[in-house]
Design a protein. Structure first.
Length: 498
């Protein structure tokens, strides 16, 4: 097996024991990308040369037996909505094609200081708007378990990269499910931290009151390792919380016995694919056997979560995306006067889903409609949050499926936005409430992975990780690997590679 396919924790051990050098590990990732990404298209940009130079530096540090930072020599794939200094950051959009940020996101600074190496930028739905990665202006990513299927989205590139063993770990972002849903559909672990846990500085804003950055990994232990580096207060992000960062690795060892897990009744209602339901029920059984106390909880306002989200997220997006005007960033389409230049640039630069959302959000915020739509959505958001608060009076965690279905076929939902929006029915309420949530592999249906979602109280990532780790320890779903044709899989990867 290629070292690129190993979990981060294993790699760190091997690096320390000098069984593998950072340069070898990086070369293994680049070789997997070369072999597989022509088919999968998880990467929009591969950071080859600069990454090699960094890896050589860590080669020496390990060889000399120096004290190294916690992720020294670990390659990380980063969703292309996160600003990387001097490295293209497109957000999957034509409007930012060729843009190289003059600054880096706080998460990138933290990763760099922890010794991680930027491997490349991963494909995403345009400005993270979507659930399949089909809204990328640069073509869709494919699911490593079945290239005819979507990897989920919007962090589909990051999920596919990890699932296919092209990167040991990745960063994604989650506004309504975009870390957890693709992790679930690709059979890996995805953690959305509490809103405010990880700095959003340098994350290109979509729905600012919902967006969070988090890790996509093969194991829960790896998610804890990455969160340890990412989490913490950042004076550059006014919404980042000044809450102490606990030792997440320590939390993993506590086991699940004695924890109370609430099975959300709405999560098992109709609308769930039978194979998904069977896998979730089996996971519930496994948690009971591990000693978790189970009870049923109810989230009655969950049915309002989707319309609420599509008002709040689009309202925020319409305002956030106003800055792409042909003056400040990226694309400009010239015209004889400035207003025509703005509109031509935006007409040419944004794809159909982004335009749909800007229109919806602008409408929801406009005079006369603000109270009827935006304000009402804010009130409904409070109700969703209260549902969870009520549940957490009785239980420590709420259990839901990550997604009602397994990965769907490419093209299947493109013409029907509502069908696409339904993919996030179980993840969106968690963003509205600002809570931490994880997706862990819990089985297969039709040969495709199913994800189990565990949701915790604000800043209680330790309990979320602890339960997920205990479940993972007792099962081997996360050890399954997609059957990938490696040799000459689809020929050389596309353009834009550095
Ligand atoms: N699919 C949802 C949307 O399109 C969530 C996306 C996300 O979390 N970035 O808005």
């Amino acid at each position: 097996m290629s070292p690129a396919q190993l979990p981060v924790a294993d790699l760190l051990l091997r690096l320390r024991r000098r069984q593998v050098a950072p340069s070898e590990l990086l070369a293994a990732c680049l070789a997997r990308i070369e072999a597989l990404d022509g088919t999968l298209r998880a990467f929009l940009y591969v950071h080859g040369e600069a990454a090699r130079a960094e890896a050589r530096r860590w080669d020496q540090a390990y060889a000399r037996g120096e004290q190294v930072p916690p992720l020294a020599g670990i390659p990380v794939a980063v969703k292309d909505v996160i600003a990387t200094r001097g490295v293209p950051t497109t957000c999957g959009s034509r409007i930012l094609e060729g843009w190289r940020p003059p600054y880096e996101a706080t998460v990138m600074t933290r990763l760099r200081e922890a010794g991680a190496i930027l491997l490349g930028k991963t494909n995403t739905d345009e400005f993270a708007m979507g659930s399949s990665t089909e809204n990328s202006a640069f073509g869709p990513t494919r699911n490593p378990w079945d290239p005819e299927r979507v990897p989920g989205g919007s962090s589909g590139g990051s999920a596919a990269a990890v699932a296919a063993g092209m990167a040991p770990c990745a960063l994604g972002t989650d506004t309504g499910g975009s870390i957890r849903q693709p992790a679930g559909l690709c059979g890996i672990v995805g953690l959305k931290p509490t809103y405010g846990r990880v700095s959003r500085y340098g994350l290109v804003a979509y729905g600012s009151s919902l967006d969070q950055i988090g890790p996509l990994t093969r194991t829960v232990e790896d998610a804890a390792l990455l969160l340890q580096v990412l989490a913490g207060h950042d004076p550059r992000d006014a919404t980042s919380a000044d809450v102490p960062v606990p030792d997440y690795g320590e939390a993993l060892r506590a086991g699940i016995a004695g924890l109370r897990v609430g099975i959300a009744r709405e999560g098992l209602d109709e609308g769930l694919q039978p194979g998904v339901r069977a896998a979730i029920l089996q996971a519930v059984q496994a948690l009971a056997e591990l000693g978790a106390g189970l009870e049923e909880v109810t989230l009655p306002t969950i049915e309002y979560a989707l319309p609420t989200y599509y008002l709040v997220a689009t309202a925020e997006a319409s305002s956030n995306l106003a800055r792409y005007d042909g003056v400040r960033y990226g694309l400009r389409v010239e015209a004889s006067e400035i207003v025509a230049m703005f509109s031509r640039t935006r007409e040419a630069g944004f794809g159909p889903e982004v335009k749909r959302r800007i229109m919806l959000g602008t409408y929801a915020l406009s005079a006369g409609f603000y109270e009827a739509f935006y304000l009402k959505a804010q009130r409904a958001r409070t109700l969703v949050r209260r549902d969870f608060e009520r549940a957490f009076e009785r239980v420590d965690l709420v259990l839901l499926p990550t997604s009602p279905t397994v990965a769907f076929r490419l093209g299947e939902r493109v013409a029907d936005p509502l069908q696409m929006y339904l993919a996030d029915i179980f993840t969106i309420p968690v963003n509205l409430a600002g809570l931490p949530g994880i997706s862990v592999p819990c089985g297969f249906s039709e040969g495709l992975p199913v994800g189990l979602q565990l949701v915790g109280r604000p800043f209680d990532e330790p309990t979320v990780l602890r339960a997920a780790a205990a479940y993972q320890e007792a099962t081997d779903w996360h050890l399954q690997r997609p059957p990938l044709a490696e040799a000459g899989a689809g020929g050389p990867a596309g353009g834009g590679r550095g």
